[in-house]
Design a protein around this ligand. Structure first.
Ligand code: CUA
Length: 162
């Protein structure tokens, strides 16, 4: 008699386990995380968004931008300005809708715009994206919040919302 009860509870537990697994798989299948776009980690610049000319702030329309960023130890690459110097500061008009698109050339880096809701992890082989509206004027620091090596604490850039 007791054996039957044990059998029953065993099957019951198994069924609950399978249902939970099924629901989990269903939700993951229908709601993939935003960073599921993959690219070749050994040749990230083969991807359109990370070609030299497409890096940095791209204007899509009135107060609508895409910011393409290629991270590597210990730098955020926003492309070059007209003089051929690396862009260190991004200037965006307040109230702009910005789509952040970023990836890394080497190891995992963080991508946190302190004081905003922008906070992503950059993983080799994946494009991380996040869209937000930058409403409040100010000077924001982009920081790496994943330890990535000896220059980790130097890995910063500036975003100015004006
Ligand atoms: Cu890049 Cu820490």
């Amino acid at each position: 008699k007791y054996e039957k009860i044990w059998m029953g509870s065993g099957v019951g537990t198994l069924l609950i386990f399978l249902i939970v697994l099924g629901i989990g798989a269903f939700y993951q299948g229908t709601q993939p995380p935003s960073c599921m776009v993959t690219l070749d980690p050994t040749n990230v610049q083969a991807h359109e968004a990370f070609k030299e000319d497409n890096l940095g702030l791209q204007k899509l329309g009135e107060k609508e931008y895409t910011l393409n960023v290629l991270a590597s130890a210990f730098n955020y690459d926003f492309g070059k300005d007209e003089d051929g110097n690396a862009v260190r500061t991004i200037r965006i008009p307040a109230g702009s809708k910005v789509m952040f698109q970023a990836t890394t050339k080497d190891v995992i880096h963080g991508f946190q715009l302190a004081g905003t809701n922008v906070n992503m992890m950059l993983e080799p082989g994946y494009i991380s994206t996040l869209e937000t509206t930058l409403d409040n004027p100010g000077t924001y620091t982009l920081i790496c919040n994943e330890y990535c090596g000896t220059g980790h604490h130097l890995m910063t850039a500036t975003v100015e919302v004006y």
